[in-house]
Design a protein around this ligand. Structure first.
Ligand code: MN
Length: 725
């Protein structure tokens, strides 16, 4: 058993006199309290307390946590009460012990638990553990150290207990260590648990490693020597260069899930270089890339852009002379501690001043980040659902961004600055006029990235823009923001909404070239009895103009030959006007050149008839075109619309704008984004007003409406609408 001096040996230089006194008292107190108690192995129970404390000493935890580790089982397993502890030590130590004791009492096992329920209990445990973190994360670090030592000494228990405890460790404690960023503990917990859960797999991989170890070690030490020389030649002092050992469980997982052989995994050489400061990291990177050929696509700069879990390091891979891959990690000592010890690294640094402050902020961020994870769990009532949330990588569908003050905001990924603004406060959302990301102005449909610092620019008054509700424009992603925007519009005066709705509907009909369509008719398509109610709904934003275009299409597709159909046929629901014979089939005279009569502008769905002209092929007229009666009957032929569903139709549109540079290019991009071709363009500029006549090839009214809305979003554009004669 470690003596007191041996226990504190790794940290004794940093201990103050009172720290040392505290630790010595805790050591003696615990030893006396547990006197006579034995573990299953026959050892004194106190050995366990010392070993748990030792684990925390090795990760340089603070004296209060180490004292609490020495005392962690005193309240649970002896007659000592919490009050006595508080009297003997102080409130801080007593609270830590209390926290650990409470965790002990969370029932992980029930007597009659069925198999299926085991994961529920584990989930519940994990959840309670994370809740405890709200008070003091050190409680969990002590608990993890406790579990780690129990796992190291698991051999003395019955096989049944071994499996049960190993299972819990794999499902609860290793993920917990992972969440806290303490890789060292995570790996050891996993390897120990794996040994009991899959003894055969463990033995196999361990023996593979043992077989190859001598060769590999010799190879790696030659490689390390070479790199050391390279750094020395370049006058770069290094803290450490070492081959990274692979962990048994992680090798096994890669073999299982990536279907790789042991050699494929084990043959990858991996080295870690630890240097003094960030600048040196990049210098070393340059040296390595000069010495060996870097493998394209393998370089990652997690220093400039840390991972979500605050991990920092440079990663690269180069090709060695023997054709094998060498993975290289380069980082500073501090980055290394952060990577290995996660939140626990916080206690290693004691400096005051700006460096210390920056670290404190960093630590707070880490804790905040863990609390955010916890919040996800809180909103989920069912424990197993919570576990799913924990297990599925939360970060894949969440984006974590910062307020200017450094608070973390958690949003669904794909969220925009407007979502962010509404998350902060409804009022901020309503008055949002712009946003800066990391100090730079961005458009409001910008997709937030993990780690962005978001600053919302607001106006004094005014409300949200109705465009924010248009799903095609991508301004808003969250349901919450959408609901808030709708709410705002609903609050506005109804009369105002009706007139606004009318304006919107008119504009949309004009866009679609349906100006003559009656509002009543459109309202009927929406099963609205009251046209005014319908128009008010448009004003409120409940019915978006986009829905109108979509509806016309839907109805058109369902329509049969009844009255409704003839009504609809009078609407150019499909903005379709095939200009070539591809769009129209001419019965009996296939191969004729066809064109469309300018007098009646037939569109798909119209009843049509062909007129064989002299030298200009077949002209297509509407059946009800008055001109038909003037044609000789023998030159009229029956024609039919083509059946190809994927048809694209040329649609002339007109765009007016205050002229500016790049206008045509921007329109072109907006159109290309919709995968629409531009068939022709002409522009006419007068008094700084540019009028574009553009013919687009669209496949539906829906698509047309969408692209017109997008064009109208561009700066300087006054109007964009379909042209009808
Ligand atoms: Mn214990």
């Amino acid at each position: 058993m470690l003596s007191f001096e041996e226990l504190i040996e790794p940290i004794q230089q940093s201990l103050q006199v009172n720290d040392r006194t505290l630790l010595r008292n805790a050591y003696t107190f615990s030893q006396q309290a547990h006197a006579g108690q034995k573990r299953k192995s026959g050892e004194d129970y106190f050995v366990h307390c010392v070993e748990v404390a030792r684990i925390l000493v090795e990760i340089h935890m603070d004296p209060a946590a180490i004292a609490a580790a020495l005392l962690h089982d005193v309240v649970e397993d002896t007659d000592i009460t919490l009050q006595e502890l508080e009297r003997e030590f102080d409130a801080e130590v007593a609270q830590l012990v209390d926290g650990v004791t409470k965790l002990e009492r969370v029932p992980l096992q029930t007597d009659n638990g069925t198999r299926g329920k085991a994961s529920d209990r584990e989930a519940e445990y994990l959840r309670k553990t994370l809740l405890a973190m709200d008070n003091d994360v050190r409680v969990i670090l002590i608990k993890l150290a406790d579990r780690l030592h129990n796992m190291r000494t698991l051999g003395h228990l019955s096989p049944e207990s071994q499996r049960r405890i190993a299972h819990e460790t794999m499902e609860v404690f290793a993920p917990l260590a992972n969440r806290l960023g303490i890789w060292q503990m995570k790996w050891e917990l996993q390897d120990l648990a794996f040994r009991y859960l899959n003894a055969e797999g463990y033995r196999r991989i361990a023996s593979y490693i043992a077989e190859r170890r001598a060769d590999r070690d010799a190879y790696m030490s030659r490689l390390v020597d070479r790199i050391k020389k390279l750094l020395e030649q370049n006058n770069i002092p290094y803290a450490d260069i070492s081959g990274r050992s692979k962990h048994i469980y992680s090798i096994w997982r890669k073999m299982e899930y990536k279907k790789l052989s042991f050699d494929q995994i084990f043959d990858v050489r991996a080295i870690r270089i630890i240097v003094k400061d960030t600048a040196m990291c990049y210098q070393v990177l340059g040296i390595i890339h000069q010495a060996w050929r870097p493998i394209a696509g393998e370089f990652d700069d997690y220093i400039a852009a840390p991972k979500e879990n605050f991990y920092q390091s440079l990663h690269t891979a180069v090709l060695l002379e023997d054709g094998k891959t060498l993975e290289v990690q380069i980082r500073t000592t501090e980055m290394h501690y952060n990577a290995e010890y996660g939140v626990a690294a916080h206690w290693r640094y004691k400096e005051k001043g700006s460096a210390g402050k920056a670290r404190d902020i960093d630590f707070e961020r880490r804790l905040q980040y863990l609390r955010e994870l916890l919040d996800v769990g809180r909103s989920v009532d069912d424990a197993s659902e919570f576990m799913d949330v924990m297990r599925s990588d939360v970060f894949r569908d969440r984006v974590y961004v910062f307020t200017p003050r450094g608070d973390i905001i958690d949003l669904p990924s794909g969220s925009t600055p407007i979502d962010f603004a509404y998350h902060i406060h409804t009022d901020v959302g309503n008055r949002c006029r712009g946003a800066k990301i990391n100090g730079k102005l961005v458009k409001l449909d910008y997709t937030l990235q993990v780690g962005d610092r978001v600053e919302i620019l607001t106006s004094k008054r005014g409300g949200p823009s109705r465009d924010w509700l248009n799903p095609h424009l991508g301004y808003v992603r969250t349901k919450r923001a959408t609901a808030k925007i709708r709410q705002w519009f609903r609050k506005q005066d109804r009369e105002k909404m009706v007139s606004l709705g009318r304006e919107i509907l008119d504009r949309e009909l004009k866009r679609l070239g349906l100006e003559t369509t009656k509002h009543d008719a459109v309202a009927r398509l929406f099963d609205e009895d009251s046209t005014e109610e319908f128009i008010a709904k448009i004003g409120y934003g409940d019915i978006h103009p986009q829905h109108i275009a979509t509806k016309l299409i839907e109805i058109e597709q369902q329509a049969t030959k009844d009255e409704e159909r003839s009504f609809l046929n009078s609407l150019p629901n499909e903005p379709s006007r095939p200009a070539s014979s591809e769009g129209v089939r001419v019965q009996g005279t296939g191969g004729f050149l066809t064109n469309f009569a300018r007098c009646c502008n037939p569109i798909q769905g119209d009843e049509i008839i062909g007129y064989i002209t002299q030298g200009r092929g077949v002209t297509i007229h509407r059946m009800d075109c008055p001109n038909i009666h003037r044609f000789p009957r023998q030159r009229l032929i029956s024609v039919d619309w083509g059946s190809d569903q994927e048809q694209r139709y040329p649609v002339p549109i007109c765009i007016t704008a205050y002229d500016r540079e790049g206008l045509m290019r921007d329109i072109g991009i907006a159109v290309a984004d919709e995968h629409i071709n531009i068939r022709s363009v002409s522009v006419n500029t007068q008094n700084h007003i540019a009028t574009f006549s553009v013919t687009l090839e669209v496949d539906s009214a829906n698509q047309l409406s969408r692209v017109l809305a997008k064009i109208e979003q561009l700066p300087n554009i006054m109007e964009a609408h379909r042209v009808t004669t």
